[in-house]
Structures are given as C-alpha cells and as structure tokens.
Design a protein around this ligand. Structure first.
Ligand SMILES: C[S@@+](CC[C@H](N)C(=O)[O-])C[C@H]1O[C@@H](n2cnc3c(N)ncnc32)[C@H](O)[C@@H]1O
Length: 430
C-alpha cells in the first residue's frame, strides 16, 4: 500500500513513520509513504497557503489552490482518482475499525491534513473527499489525526504484525471491546492475576475472556452490542447481567399537574397509563413504577386493579402482565415517594422532571442520566394532564431534555413520552 500525506508540516511525520513496526513495514515493502507540502503549489513570493475567511471571523482558511495543485500532482482530477481521498476533519464521519478495514483493502490512499480553521469548502465539490474524524474534539491540525488513521490501517496489512492473530482478538475486531490483559508479576501491589488465567485450561480461559469482553462492552459501549455477532450463549449471559435500569424509578404524577387553563389540579387515573407504563418500566428493567395521587378513592381503585392482575384471575390469564404490574405502587405525592426511596435504597434519589417545554438549565442529557444511575437512584417524574405544575417542578433537582423541542408540534401522550425517554436513557442502541 502507498499512502500520500498532504501536509504543510511534513516533518511532523518523520519520527512516527520511522519507528518500530512502521519502519519495519516500510523496509519490508508492505507500506510506503510520500509527503506533499501544498506550499510547493503556492505561487506567490511567500508561498502562501492560507487566507482570511470570507464573511469575517477569527483564524485563517487553507487556500484551495495549493491543495488542488498537490491533488492534481497525485493524479486527481474532476473525474479521476488514483485511490480514496480522505480529509481529516472534526466534522467528518468517525474513524472506526470497519473503516480501517475497508481502507486496508486499498492499494493507494491520500490523506489531507487541515490546519488553521480548515480547508476551503469548494475542495469537496471538486474532489471526491471523504471527511473523517478521530473524535469529538478539536486538534490543532490534521497531522496527529492522520497518524491515527495510518496506524489503524497499517496494522491490518498482511505481514505488518508478527502474530496475525493479535489483530483478530482485539477490541472491535469481533464487534466487541476486548477482555482485560495481565502479565508478570503474578502478584502486583497486593493484586493478583485472576486464577483462571493461570489455570492452563484453554476452554475456561476462552469462556472467561468472552464473558469479560461482553461485560466490558455492555458497561462502556452498549451501542456496539446492536451490531456485534452474538451467539445464543452470549445473549443468555447479557440477559443475566445486572442492569442500570434497576436504579431508575418512574413516577406518574396526577397531582399537582396543570389543566388547559394552567391551573394546578388533580387528574384521574387512567387504566391504560397504569398498564402501559408498567409494561414499559418492566421492559427497561426499572426498579419501580409509582403512581402518585393524594385522592383516597383513586388509591383504592389502583390497588384493586393491581391486585387483580398480580394476585387474582388476571395473574393466571396473563403472567407477563402480572410481572409488569407488580412494579406498580401507590404514593400520595413526590415527598412520600422520595422518602420511600431513601428508606429502601439508603440513598437520596435525584428527582428529575420531564417536560415538553424547552427548559433552562439544569437540563441533564439522557446520557448523563444514564451515568448518574451508576451512582445513585433517580426518580423520573412524568406529569399527566398538561404536565407537572410549578409546585411539582419545584421539587425536581433537574429536568430531562424535552423530546421534540425543535418540532412545530410537541404533544406526545405520556405513555409514549415514557417509552421514548426510557429508551434514550437505557436503550440497547446507545
Ligand atoms: C483547529 S482545527 C479546525 C477546526 C475547525 N475550525 C472546526 O471547528 O471544525 C485544524 C485542523 O485540524 C484537524 N482536526 C482537528 N480536530 C480533528 C479531529 N477531531 N479529527 C480529525 N481531524 C481534526 C483538521 O484537519 C482541521 O482542519
């Protein structure tokens, strides 16, 4: 494979491309590089490669001319390309192992390293640029990012790594993060290597590693599990792992909520809300689903309904429903629910409100809420009627983001809002 690097700082690459396996790969003819400085195609006296941005603003932008000159030199034209052309950019698609694998199958790659505020946008209209990013952060220039890509691709080339298997085993190769590694000494600062890895039993070691790999992926990158190839045993194991959802409790508030005229009122229970939110809470593995109303007759109604489905004839007819409805509990209000959670969990829950309106901070992102669940219980409150009244909102420590705040119509039924919110916090796709 040949990689052409376009950069105004070609010297940046001299160390990394001449060290370790990269040097060996070059010597063995597995990989070669060429460096192209756009200044060579800058024709003014100062060999200028940057200009002020049209429309004003800070910083400079890379001129299209010198970059187009370098690309023409490498054989790129309007309808011709000697190979794939990548622009390192924070606005690009994330570099993944799958992308590295597809690039490793090429024989010629060209990488453009941006500097300043980036490159003139017209370059992407003139050439088949694929913008790629090393992550959601901003580097000073594309050279360090290009090196990441070069390393990820190079180590997949046949002959680059001594032990071909090490590429097969590691993170992302089988769609999962890798299991933890240990080496000598057996005991280090009071910590010993897991016994199983010293047992010499290869079957048990492989099973331990698979389990560790699945657990790590579930904890750190659950999104990978949606596409990773999984065996039936893997699925069984994933089902048996403790879930973050058990720290999440959902509360459906019937008082104080707003009516159409923005008065604080009490709203009657709805059979559908009780059933559906119980099923949703059970699906996402919640610790409990609380129905909040101070009205005695409503309480009796709820308890009768729950009894029917969890103990009575309903249980026999539909055991799945019985399981979901066993999560349901009555509380008179938010303060009583919080006191209950303090008593059963030993921790004070974070009370998080939900709303269709755009909230001022403190809004917590769904991802942040998932992180908090690892540390403490969260009581997530949904309002019936026209949403939580100010007295209820005052008891919330924070709010979850509104689900469709930029849409022209934002009136989800509370059951749907519960499902969407829980999926954003706990969904398998995350
Ligand atoms: C200071 S950055 C420009 C940032 C740009 N103004 C923006 O806000 O997106 C200069 C150059 O560094 C490279 N770069 C910075 N962050 C990167 C990232 N996360 N992935 C890939 N390249 C990056 C790009 O080549 C970029 O043109």
């Amino acid at each position: 494979m040949h990689i052409a690097l376009i950069s105004i700082f070609p010297e940046f690459f001299s160390g990394p491309l001449s060290s370790g396996l990269m040097r060996r790969a070059r010597e063995a003819g597995i990989l070669s590089f060429s460096l192209h400085n756009p200044r060579q195609w800058a024709h003014d006296r100062h060999r200028t490669v940057d200009g002020r941005p049209y429309g004003g603003g800070p910083g400079m932008v890379m001129l299209p001319g010198p970059l187009a000159g370098a690309l023409a030199y490498l054989g790129f034209g309007r309808d011709q390309a000697p190979g794939r052309l990548l622009l390192l950019s924070p606005a690009g698609r994330p570099i993944t192992q799958a992308l590295a694998r597809s690039l490793a199958a090429e024989s010629f790659l060209t990488l453009i390293c941006g500097r300043y505020e980036g490159v003139d946008a017209r370059l992407a209209e003139l050439f088949p640029l694929e913008a790629v990013s090393v992550g959601d952060f901003v580097l000073h220039g594309g050279e360090a990012a290009a090196l990441c890509l070069v390393e990820a691709v190079a180590r997949l080339l046949p002959g680059f790594m001594g032990d071909e298997q090490s590429g097969e085993e590691e993170s992302f190769s089988r769609g999962l993060l890798e299991y933890p590694h240990y080496t000598r000494p057996e005991e280090f600062q009071g910590l010993s290597v897991p016994e199983i890895l010293r047992s010499g039993d290869h079957g048990r070691i492989a099973a331990w590693r698979r389990r560790a790999s699945l657990e790590t992926t579930r904890r750190l990158r659950p999104d990978l599990l949606t596409t990773a190839p999984l065996e039936e045993e893997d699925r069984d194991l994933l089902r048996s792992l403790p879930r973050l959802g058990r720290n999440l409790y959902c509360g459906l508030v019937h008082y104080p909520v707003l009516d159409q005229e923005k008065n604080s009122v009490a709203v009657s229970l709805t059979n559908l809300d009780i059933h559906d939110i119980a099923r949703i809470s059970c699906t996402y593995g919640l610790g409990g689903y609380f129905v909040l109303t101070p009205l005695e007759d409503q309480r009796r109604l709820l308890e009768e309904l729950v009894r029917h489905w969890t103990q009575g004839r309903g249980k026999k007819r539909n055991p799945h429903r019985a399981r979901a409805l066993s999560l349901v509990r009555w509380f008179a209000g938010i303060a009583e629910t919080v006191a209950h959670l303090e008593a059963v969990t030993g921790r004070s829950p974070l009370v998080v409100g939900t709303t269709a309106a755009d909230e001022d901070p403190p809004v917590l992102t769904h991802r942040r809420l998932a992180e908090i669940l690892a540390e403490r219980p969260v009581l997530l409150l949904f309002g019936t009627g026209h949403g939580l009244a100010p007295e209820a909102r005052d008891l919330c420590h924070a709010f979850a983001p509104s689900l469709r705040r930029h849409g022209p119509y934002n009136h989800l039924p509370v059951r749907a809002a519960t499902a969407v919110t829980l999926d954003r916090i706990l969904g398998d796709w995350l």
